[in-house]
Design a protein around this ligand. Structure first.
Ligand SMILES: O=C(O)CCC(=O)C(=O)O
Length: 351
């Protein structure tokens, strides 16, 4: 049933639009029938997404763990990690201030609002409100996080411990990203430092996603199917399900497993590995009872980094599938194209 309620044009953020607990989804969030989540047609066991114990990376079993990581990047594009090295209190602190932030009064949150994707710190809604036709059931705070000292003073100072808790999480998650990039390089037969070097000065972006309860979750998405633009993503979820990954033509729910984080390959890693590793479609669905918070960290090249398939993975049998390009060139396309299943990589392909 479509909505009798028009979206309240005076509200910038979804959280404030739904604070009156509407019974129906406003029309601008309703997807065409052919593009709805089909919630009953989802694989509910996430047993198909490998769980890798990272403890072994530091010991004599390193090569075995490296191989597991390589296989997961190749076959699934997604995996979960336990014993990742980020202390539980840091994770809890991150989720705590995230939740507090989205429950601040509207006037306080709006101090961070911007619809300009070029801003390095901004609160926004949906994906790109300037270009999209249908909205997504999400508000998000986007932060640049590396080098931390360049950005932390732009971040919200309310709630009180926000900068401290998020900064601590960012430092820890960067350590994990470096550990994973080293293992990923080795799994491709490259020297351990290859991927970090390929990312130039590197960048680390974070989204704090807030998905309010939705009265008609079958009509809309938190985020529709998309691939990530960056090199690797490290996702922290609160205890509420919502992430789904496309595997063998079927959507698979990746329900939160305590003390694990979800890792996925982004488009830049797909290029660097010359398609050995795949950047996979994933989406966030919403539900009608619980709010959900997820915190993806996007580990990226710096804008000027020249991205191309690693020389050691190309050869006569495997010619390069992509021309070289800067991350800035690609990233602009990503934000302008909007979230959709078509890859932004096509224009960089060697035909
Ligand atoms: O909320 C999630 O689980 C997925 C988030 C995501 O894919 C994104 O922010 O790009």
């Amino acid at each position: 049933m479509s909505s009798p309620m028009a979206a309240d044009a005076t509200k910038f953020l979804l959280s404030d639009l739904v604070s009156s607990h509407p019974k129906y989804v406003p029309s601008k969030y309703i997807r065409p029938v052919s593009d709805r989540p089909d919630l009953l047609n989802v694989e509910t066991s996430n047993a198909t997404i490998p769980v890798i114990d990272l403890q072994g990376l530091a010991g004599p079993n390193r090569s075995q763990v490296v191989e597991e990581i390589g296989l997961a990047c190749q076959n699934d594009g997604f995996f979960q990690v336990r014993n990742h090295g980020i202390p539980m209190d840091v994770i809890e602190g991150m989720l705590h201030v995230a939740k507090e932030f989205f429950h601040l009064p509207e006037s306080e949150r709006l101090k961070s609002y911007s619809d300009d994707p070029k801003k390095t710190t901004r609160l926004s809604t949906s994906f790109n409100v300037k270009t999209e036709k249908v909205s997504n059931w999400r508000d998000y705070l986007r932060l640049h996080c590396y080098p931390l000292e360049n950005f932390v003073d732009e971040w919200p100072y309310n709630p009180l411990h926000f900068r401290q808790a998020v900064g601590e999480y960012c430092k820890n998650v960067r350590e994990l990203a470096l550990k994973l990039l080293e293992a990923i390089s080795e799994s491709l037969g490259l020297e351990g430092g290859y991927m970090v070097k390929a990312l130039g000065k590197q960048a680390q972006h974070m989204a704090i996603n807030y998905y309010p309860p939705c009265p008609q979750p079958e009509l809309t998405y938190g985020l529709p199917g998309h691939k990530d633009p960056n090199a690797i993503t490290i996702l922290l979820q609160d205890g509420v399900s919502g992430l789904q990954v496309l595997g063998n033509g079927k959507w698979v729910a990746v329900d939160p497993v305590p003390q694990t984080l979800v890792i996925n390959i982004g488009d830049m890693m797909q290029v660097l590995s010359n398609d050995r590793f795949k950047s996979v479609l994933h989406r966030a669905i919403v539900n009608n009872t619980s709010q959900r918070i997820s915190v993806p960290t996007f580990y990226c090249p710096s804008p000027d980094a020249l991205i191309k398939p690693a020389e050691a993975v190309v050869g006569k049998e495997h010619p390069p599938n992509y021309r070289s390009f800067t991350y800035a060139e690609y990233y602009e396309k990503f934000w302008n194209q909007g979230l959709q299943s078509a890859s932004c990589l096509d224009v960089f392909k060697v035909t």
